[in-house]
Design a binder for this molecule. Sequence first.
Ligand code: ASP
Length: 586
Amino acid sequence: MLKSIDCGALRKDHVGQTVTLAGWVHRRRDHGGLIFFDLRDRSGLVQVVFNADISEPAHALAETVRPEYVIQVKGVVAARPEGLVNPNLATGEIEVEVHDLAILNAAKTPPFPINEDTPVRDEVRLKYRYLDLRRERMQKNMILRHNVITFMRGFLNRADFLEIETPILLKSTPEGARDYVVPSRIHPGKFYALPQSPQQMKQLLMVAGYERYYQIARCFRDEDLRADRQPEFTQLDLEMSFVESEDVMALIEALLIEMVDALSDMRIQERPFPVLTYAEAMERFGTDRPDLRYGMELADLTEAVRRSRFGVFANTAAAGGQIKAICVPGAASFSRKRIDELTEGVKERGAKGLVWLKAERDGLRSSIAKFLTEEEKDAIIELTGANEGDLILAVADSPQVVAESLGWLRTHLAAELNLADPDTLAFCWVIDFPLLEWDEEEARWVAVHHPFTSAKPEHWPLLKTDPGKALANAYDVVCNGMEIGGGSIRIHDAEHQSMVFEALGISHEEAQEQFGHLLEAFSYGAPPHGGIALGLDRIVAILAREDSIREVIAFPKTASATDLMLNSPSPISPRQLAELHLKIVE
Ligand code: ASP
């Protein structure tokens, strides 16, 4: 090794020892006869001193050294004089008096400072990611990610799981997103697809008798640009045989709780995790991934204002719609302009408008107050739990629009008003999802989870009569308003699998062509099985208190799926194109 010890490992015990260190010059201070560097390696920082009286040549060379140079020093560990101890640094009680200095590599001035957490434009950070990764924040995130993965592996190994890899060159499967495809050179006109997830492979491993499988799996989805999505991301993917929903949920809950306790100082709001049905989550929070760190639940006013003289309420109720509201604590002082902005926000989510009512000492003030009876006003106050100074915001529309607009409003306002404790993790389970949902655009039923999810046993007949009513054996795990994982108990026989394909409008021939392998496998003794996948990037981001998963991925892509460091995607040579039997059509 070019060093005898790590910079960050040096302590008072080492005083008097001669050590060799190697690393990057983090910071330099030149006091003439004395030059100080903070020397950095992965383990941390240590102060090294060049004293012209101790070594003239080392001191002279040190004058030429700039930040981010890679150097090697040999010197003696010395206690820092009283008063010069740095309590903020693990190595702050000592320094190294240098006898020999070697420059291992010079460095250009970096495009942004490595030694400070100053804001830098994302494009610059991504272009020079290897420099960005040198910074303390990124290094902490990478170490945390490693610790999370190590923890997961250890936990599952102890629980008798096997880690098994599955192919990256797979076959195109309709899992909901668009596939990334890879042209085959040997088979002209044919393509592999990169896995959206190892879903079918892990089910086939259950058929193969492996009972407990996991994998830290890379998944690829060619989805349209949305904030904080990555075209490739990582899941903790697992599957178990002979289990029911509760078994998978209990395992994952234990994993998450032990992981947080081991790796984080954040507090888990409630354990065991609360379990909400999909219907309940939609009704109370307007979303299937509720943030439970704060209240502002949706209150249903429909019955209370069904006969109101305010036409919007009465007509909506008569048409089978809903009138629901949230009560925003202390927000009665919101200006007209602020309410107008919120109104724009709900309009973008399909609502026709936003009704506001301010709870004041002498009752409700609102542009619609004159249409409301005292009884109606009392009911609104009671149902929303409004106190003096609160603002009630109501939407009248179809249940879907009401949920979407109030769900958005709730999280939007919680963020604006800092209602969520950043040190709390509010986990919950959401269960009893519908198996299918109607896709307006495609005019057909699509799987809410994926086509391999089973229906509740008593709901199978509904597939033929009222498909939208059938509930699935599916579960999502949610944390602080984000879905961090989802899974289900699968179908394990060809007959039920064919029923779902049929309900999805997949013909017998198509099913054979795309899923023949699975249907056939199910005819050779497939065990009942189920599993889940956790979004690893998101989990690490939450524990790192980062908003974006980009901050916890070493080499992420931009929102438009480009790699600014490698400049990819990029054209390939005409020769490569020809080999792959491809022609570019402009
Ligand atoms: N493969 C599923 C997904 O990626 C997860 C699962 O059902 O296990 O969402």
